[in-house]
Write a protein that binds this ligand. Structure first.
Ligand code: HEM
Ligand code: NAG
Length: 487
């Protein structure tokens, strides 16, 4: 499933609409110096060149031909794609305030409780207020004590229940672990097994990955909704939103307010400052923003570490020599583990879960790289490509090599796993430190082996996905208790 699902069968219907209704003049040939790009067809733009391909990779390949700034048309929507760290720097440093808006679509409006969220809402008083509430009330030092306690409890239950000596599917393990962790820091208790309309939270998040990756109304803002109705998309969206809304409502209704500082969750922290719809928007952003990204990063990290025994041994030596006699490790321990931090950073470089940043909407005429970008153009930053650019990352750009960070000072926009500027990811510190603590614990008392008959060369790291990049096949490993650790 990708951005073009549901697309082809209805292109014809839409063509008729367009020919009958709109006689828009094209923007080209009007004295502007527009970025170069591949030739396009009327109505569908460049969609035919991208349909069925891995979007970020196909666009990265195109940029080698057309350059680091390129104009595409996704349906009727002009989109400029930026594919170099120099131009990303220009976008984020010089034009951040003009690119801080997000494109509007009816589909996104429905998915975000009428734009009562942070991530997709238009830049303005509402988005600024909401972002501030998330950062000052939730992602602060006081709350991090609650998170630490929850994380430690979750780790204990994972380490205690691992079937040592047997094959474990780490995708399933990390998914349920992160879902549980997220529910507890958002709503104070686990909701991973609760079903609404037959679906669990993780199924809803999977469904949202498809729904968020866009539909007709992203490509045809004016009339796309008609095709969404005809193709069954709207019915699918309504069904999903009714289940998801039901679950978030249940969390709000069942919530028992905590009085102890170190037990507070998102609902405790924000409820008195926000409306009910805003609460659902912010809860939804934490679920969408934190769960899949963190879980996919954990899977990638473990896959690359186990695939590279030298790296695994170096990490285990660092972790085991810095841990004293503790049963489980926390942030105060990972603070002493620079190589672990490099390994997480390298995972976010090489397998950053979000290949494109959330699209920006250009609100006034600007120039990037000497080219004109007109209002109403989407600006897409190819984060996936930037992080693998051999001009920046040299000849071993396509190798998992945490040691590179021992020597290298990274420029701010050489890699952008969390985006940049005023719409960048506010969960960046929280996510990184959680991932570091989880990995430290998994590598501390456990040695990870491959399933019988498999060698580390067999461990494949093929990618799939458009909105988020995941490992194509599940990661199967055998945990073995490390003998020198007293349990
Ligand atoms: C490995 C984990 C994560 C990754 C890779 C990630 C990545 C991203 C990216 C690429 C963006 C878009 C930035 C842009 O447009 O420039 C973003 C936005 C956002 N993320 Fe994260 N994220 C992660 C974890 C989290 C967590 C843990 C939270 C919340 C607790 C979170 C909340 C958000 C929110 C609210 C936004 C929207 C910000 C805005 O529009 O102002 N993310 N994230
Ligand atoms: C991009 O180019 C590489 C190298 O030429 C090729 O292997 C890959 O299949 C291309 N990917 C897409 C999605 O077109």
């Amino acid at each position: 499933m990708d951005i073009f699902t549901y697309f082809l069968p209805a292109v014809l219907i839409l063509s008729f609409f367009y020919i009958m209704i709109s006689k828009k003049s094209s923007m080209g040939g009007s004295g502007f110096n527009l970025p170069p790009g591949p030739p396009r067809l009327p109505i569908i733009g460049n969609v035919h060149q991208l349909a069925g391909k891995i979007f970020h990779e196909a666009v990265w390949n195109m940029s080698k031909k057309y350059g680091p700034i390129m104009l595409l048309h996704l349906g009727s929507q002009p989109a400029v794609v930026i594919s170099s760290s120099e131009l990303a720097t220009e976008a984020f440093k010089t034009h951040d305030h003009i690119l801080a808006n997000r494109p509007y679509s009816n589909n996104l409006r429905r998915l975000t409780f009428d734009y009562n969220d942070i991530a997709f809402s238009p830049y303005g008083d509402h988005s600024k207020k909401m972002r501030k509430v998330l950062v000052t009330e939730f992602l602060n030092a006081k709350m991090s004590k609650s998170f630490k306690k929850v994380l430690d409890m979750e780790l204990k239950s994972v380490l205690d229940s691992l079937p040592y000596g047997k094959v474990v599917n780490l995708n399933d393990l990390f998914a349920s672990f992160i879902v549980d962790f997220a529910c507890k820091i958002v709503a104070g208790k686990g909701y991973g097994e609760v079903k609404i309309g037959g679906t669990k939270l993780k199924d809803m998040l999977d469904e949202m990955l498809i729904l968020f990756s866009g539909s007709y109304s992203e490509m045809f803002p004016k009339y796309g909704w008609i095709l969404e109705d005809l193709s069954g998309w709207t019915r699918r969206l309504n069904k999903h939103m009714s289940n998801y809304d039901g679950l978030l409502e249940m969390m709000l209704d069942e919530h028992i307010d905590h009085t102890n500082e170190d037990e507070k969750d998102l609902i405790d922290a924000c409820r008195s400052l926000l409306t009910r719809e805003e609460m659902k928007g912010i809860m939804s952003n934490v679920f969408n923003g934190a769960v899949d990204t963190s879980y996919l990063t954990l899977v990638w990290a473990m896959a690359e570490i186990v695939k590279n025994p030298r790296i695994m041994h170096k990490l285990q030596a660092e972790i085991r020599s810095n841990s004293g006699q503790k049963l489980r490790l926390d942030e105060s321990d990972t603070a002493k583990m620079p190589y672990l931090k490099y390994a997480v950073k390298e995972t976010l470089r090489f397998h950053g879960p979000s290949p494109f940043l959330i699209p920006r909407d250009c609100v006034t005429h600007i120039q990037i790289g000497g080219y004109d970008i007109l209002p109403g153009t989407k600006v897409l930053i190819n984060s996936w490509g930037l992080a693998k650019d051999p001009r920046v990352w040299t000849e071993n750009a396509n190798e998992f090599y945490p040691d590179r960070f021992e020597k290298r000072v990274v420029d701010q926009f050489d890699m952008t796993p969390f985006g940049g500027g005023r719409r960048s990811c506010p969960g960046y510190n929280f996510a990184t430190s959680t991932i570091e603590v989880v990995l430290a614990n998994l590598l501390y008392t456990i040695d990870w082996k491959l399933p019988p008959g498999m060698t580390n060369q067999d461990l494949d790291t093929e990618e799939e996905g458009s909105l988020l990049v995941r490992k194509k096949t599940p990661l199967l490993l055998v945990p073995v208790k490390h003998n020198s650790q007293a349990q």
